[in-house]
Design a protein around this ligand. Structure first.
Ligand SMILES: O=C(CO)[C@H](O)[C@H](O)COP(=O)(O)O
Length: 248
């Protein structure tokens, strides 16, 4: 399963400080010449800010952002950017997570960027997760599972999500994520997000493919078998969580 170790004893423990600590640990993997996937969310913001400082200091990297928000921040820090089409092979993708479960199974999508995040992570030789310790769980499902859906036929898609989840014993409210200006939240890809309050998901490996088989589901927030390592910051330092699975 996973191995853990604690290489740092920094005791700074405000939420933003912990996120920055995790980001700094992950950035120790980065070398000049690398092509990097840049995640989305408050932890990824700390990553991009710290990367901006490193670029200002002479680090030569290219970033592929997973959202328009991340692109905007990276641009403001003069981090050279590319698209996944121009740069389809990444050395490392670094991103946050809403939950980190056993063997680095993740829930992602709280920031609404799960589709681009999953595509970007899949294009990277190494997928590195950064988080504070509140994200660690014994079983996924404390955080509602984000599911990205197409607007067309929404009622049918919601019914089919209920059916496939119900067949696995998972029930609970399916909540349409609200946008800032009222109406549904719309992703960078023009889709909606359903936040599924299933509760504990003991068999994510069965739920993921079942959700993916629903025609109106674009992608779901279960990132299974993708993460290679997680840097998890807590009040006593940064814990390194590894998976036994090797990716490239
Ligand atoms: O998946 C994500 C965005 O779609 C984020 O990585 C996830 O929501 C964690 O965000 P934060 O670092 O703000 O807690």
């Amino acid at each position: 399963m996973s191995a853990t170790e604690t290489p740092s004893n920094d005791t700074t423990s405000s939420p933003a400080a912990l996120k920055r600590l995790a980001a700094l640990e992950a950035l120790k993997e980065v070398r000049s010449g690398m092509k990097l996937g840049l995640g989305t969310g408050s932890t990824a913001i700390e990553l991009v800010r710290a990367l901006g400082e490193m670029v200002a200091g002479g680090l030569d990297v290219v970033g592929v952002p997973t959202s328009e928000r991340t692109a905007e921040l990276a641009r403001s820090l003069s981090i050279p950017l590319s698209t996944l089409d121009e740069t389809p092979e990444l050395d490392i993708a670094i991103d946050g997570a809403d939950e980190i479960g056993p063997d680095l199974a993740l829930v992602k999508g709280g920031g609404g960027a799960l589709l681009r995040e999953k595509i970007t992570a899949s294009a990277a030789r190494r997928f590195v997760v950064i988080a504070d310790e509140t994200k660690m769980v014994d079983c996924l499902g404390r955080f509602p599972l984000p599911i990205e859906v197409v607007p067309f036929g929404l009622t049918v898609t919601l019914r089919q999500i209920r059916e496939v989840a119900g067949a696995l014993g998972l029930t609970g409210n399916l909540e349409m994520r609200a946008g800032a200006g009222g109406g549904h939240y719309v992703t960078d890809g023009g889709h909606f997000i359903v936040d599924a309050h299933f509760g504990r998901i003991p068999r994510p490996g069965e739920l993921g493919p079942a959700l993916a088989a629903v025609p109106g589901v674009v992608e779901h927030g279960l990132f299974l078998g993708m993460a290679d390592i997680a840097y998890v910051a807590g009040s006593t330092g940064v814990q390194i969580v590894r998976t036994s699975r090797a990716r490239g």
